[in-house]
Design a protein around this ligand. Structure first.
Ligand code: NAP
Length: 259
């Protein structure tokens, strides 16, 4: 399917690997010129080079921490204007609700709520002026069904979800569609580190931890960054112009709800 976005300009955050990279790859395959970001210079530079080579688009890497004001300023300077924004950052560590300090919550809010809000505040007004834009925020299935050990994530992402629910309706009339994409378990480094956490906690080996987590998913498998990226690119397409303020769960059926 032609997504109708060839020649558009996009920013994908936290994209040297994992879900962010999946989104960058799929947008590049649709002909979108990109700025991509993550903290480690060598990795983001290599990823940008590989995506540009594979898809024949321009990909500009920016090594910066997207959760800091200074990092975002560097990224936004490289972007100038964007038609497409994919917000993303690393997820908070697992833990116990009794232990989380105010600083832990502030860090989680900065990473998984306020950085996305700041990027939308910087880029969506330009999209509205030009009469076209797409924003996809990578959140988590924990927005629909809490994961107790990831309480910092549950809290911060719920805040972002509430913000998007309101503002997405305010900007839709200017041709800008803002939606959230909620990953269930996908085979990335983040999933590997959560597998390791289960292995340690339950005193089992990594394969058994993975088997147990896979058994919680009706498909019996983890998702892939490619699956995730394809859905992200569709949400950024011309065809998605009527999808506004939605929370789209990509979880292989793991969250057991009717709607
Ligand atoms: P991943 O494979 O570990 O990749 C994370 C990417 O983000 C890397 O490119 C990393 O590069 C970059 N990054 C991390 N912190 C950053 C920061 N502060 N500023 C800029 N870049 C940063 O993780 P993932 O699985 O793709 O997860 C992406 C998001 O989805 C996370 O918030 C995660 O919690 C959420 N999620 C994932 C799953 C899953 O199963 N994979 C499920 C639910 C939710 P550098 O380290 O070099 O910066």
């Amino acid at each position: 399917m032609d997504l109708g976005i060839r020649g558009k300009r996009g920013l994908v955050c936290a994209a040297s690997k994992g879900l962010g990279r999946g989104c960058a790859e799929a947008l590049a395959a649709a002909g979108v010129d990109l700025v991509i970001n993550s903290r480690t210079e060598a990795e983001i530079t290599r990823t940008a080079h590989e995506i540009a080579e594979r898809h024949g688009v321009t990909v500009t890497p920016v090594a910066a921490d997207i959760t800091t004001e200074a990092g975002r300023a560097r990224v936004l300077e490289a972007v100038g204007h964007a038609d497409i924004l994919v917000t993303n950052a690393g997820g908070p560590p697992p833990g116990d609700w009794r232990d989380w300090s105010r600083d832990d919550f502030v860090r989680a809010l900065d990473a998984n709520m306020l950085s996305a809000v700041a990027l939308m505040q910087a880029l969506v007004p330009g999209m509205m002026d030009r009469g076209w834009g797409r924003v996809v925020n990578i959140t988590s299935q924990s927005v629909r069904s809490p994961i107790a050990v990831l309480g910092l994530s549950n809290s911060a992402r719920a805040g972002l979800t509430g913000f998007v629910a309101g503002m997405s309706r305010q900007v839709a009339g200017s041709g800008v569609c803002v939606n959230n994409l909620l990953p269930g378990i996908h085979a990335t480094d983040r999933a590997n580190s959560l597998d390791r956490g289960v292995a340690e906690q339950d005193g089992i080996d990594l394969d058994e931890a993975r088997r147990r987590r896979q058994a919680t998913i009706p498909t019996g498998t983890y998702g892939t960054a490619e699956d995730f990226g394809a859905t992200c690119a569709f949400l950024c397409s011309q065809q998605a112009r009527f999808i506004v303020g939605q929370n789209i769960l990509l979880d292989g059926g793991a969250v057991n709800v009717t709607i």
